[in-house]
Design a protein around this ligand. Structure first.
Ligand code: NAD
Ligand code: SER
Length: 318
């Protein structure tokens, strides 16, 4: 780690960026947050912000050069559920945005680039349980298709241009600071807010739909550990499987009932059910554990306890 590095975060106002940027500011003096939308609260007050559309290649190159940026975290994307409503936009932001970042990063000689992939790169023909690092990948959402293509681009830039790109396939991420960004796994965020606000929740996924999930503190720590790992430890340049827990809506409700005994759940599956059914139930992350020492801390009950301590009462879910 060189704390004099200048770090650029693209998509810094989203669910992950709003927490990752603050964590990076604990390590690095210069962390520039960028997004289409304005930052709020601590994110706004804690450091530099620039408005950036990642689709604008010239603006991106200028910002990186002007500020002598040495590391980039590229988080801007359109997630699965929003992507199915607007496939053109999802393809443009997820693909063209990544190509712009890869091109500019290799042209100006960025030291390291982080770009997240997702469990959505897998599809209905993938083995669903304990999904291996390398397996059949036939995603059937535009989000998954764009992320799978993105993984190939990252590996290509590593192989052909020696660009130090690092990536993990995040599972559904659960957090309380910033609302979910339009994903299929967002029910597992909303359920905690509604539990505190109303004591009941209607899930848009069916009771037994099991998906891989992770609490945000594990995701943030793991991301920074991946980026700080010595280069020789990073053997996978597409994206690493990482995992911590898998659960379905019934099980998360049971976990909440241990803290809020009267909590009630009902189920009205919508279009996101089909997306969820095409994704793995659980993930084999042994390669990440072996290569760079990935490990998780939170299981379902530990996360539930922490979420319910932090989610405010009487606050609307977005
Ligand atoms: P999010 O939707 O909450 O945040 C994305 C941010 O990108 C938003 O603030 C948005 O304003 C910004 N953005 C969108 N288009 C932009 C553009 N053209 N230029 C600049 N900024 C733009 O998403 P997130 O949950 O924080 O996800 C961040 C990354 O992690 C994404 O690549 C996503 O695919 C990946 N990921 C997230 C999860 C999850 O559960 N949250 C799981 C797997 C992978
Ligand atoms: N949480 C994300 C989504 O549901 C998975 O990448 O879209």
């Amino acid at each position: 780690m060189n704390s004099s590095d200048t770090v650029l975060v693209i998509g810094a106002c989203g669910q992950i960026g709003s927490e990752l940027t603050l964590a990076l500011r604990q390590i690095y003096k210069n962390v520039i947050a960028t997004d289409l939308k304005e930052p709020e609260g601590e994110l706004k007050e804690s450091g530099q912000f620039e408005r950036l559309d990642v689709l604008n290649r010239n603006q991106l190159a200028e910002l990186i050069q002007k500020n002598n940026v040495t590391q980039v975290y590229h988080l801007a994307a359109i997630l699965s559920a929003t992507g199915e409503k607007n496939p053109e936009l999802a393809w443009r932001v997820n693909m063209k945005g990544l190509r712009n970042v890869l091109d500019v990063a290799s042209e100006v000689g960025i030291k390291k680039l982080f770009w997240p992939s997702t469990i959505a790169v897998f599809g209905p023909t993938t083995p669903m349980k304990n999904t291996p690092q390398w397996t059949v990948m036939e995603p059937n959402t535009i989000y998954g298709i764009s992320k799978q293509a993105g993984e190939r681009w990252c590996d290509y830039y590593w192989q052909k241009k020696n660009l130090d790109v690092r990536s993990v396939r995040y599972p559904g991420l659960i957090s309380y600071k910033t609302p979910g960004g339009g994903g299929t796994t967002d029910y597992a965020i909303d359920i905690y807010f509604e539990a505190k606000k109303k004591g009941k929740y209607t899930s848009f996924l069916a009771a037994e739909t099991r998906l891989p999930m992770m609490y945000m503190p594990d995701a943030i720590r793991g991301t920074i550990e991946l980026m700080e790992a010595p280069i020789e430890k990073i053997k996978v340049r597409s994206s690493y499987n990482i995992s911590s827990m898998s659960f379905n809506p019934r099980e998360v409700a049971e976990s909440i009932i241990k803290v809020i005994p009267g909590f009630e759940i009902s189920y009205v599956p919508d279009f996101r059910q089909k997306i969820a059914e095409s994704w793995p139930e659980s993930i084999d992350d042994s390669v990440a554990r072996k290569d760079w020492g990935w490990k998780h801390n939170f299981d379902l009950d530990a996360m539930t306890k922490d979420m319910l301590e932090h989610v405010p009462s009487g606050v609307a879910v977005h």
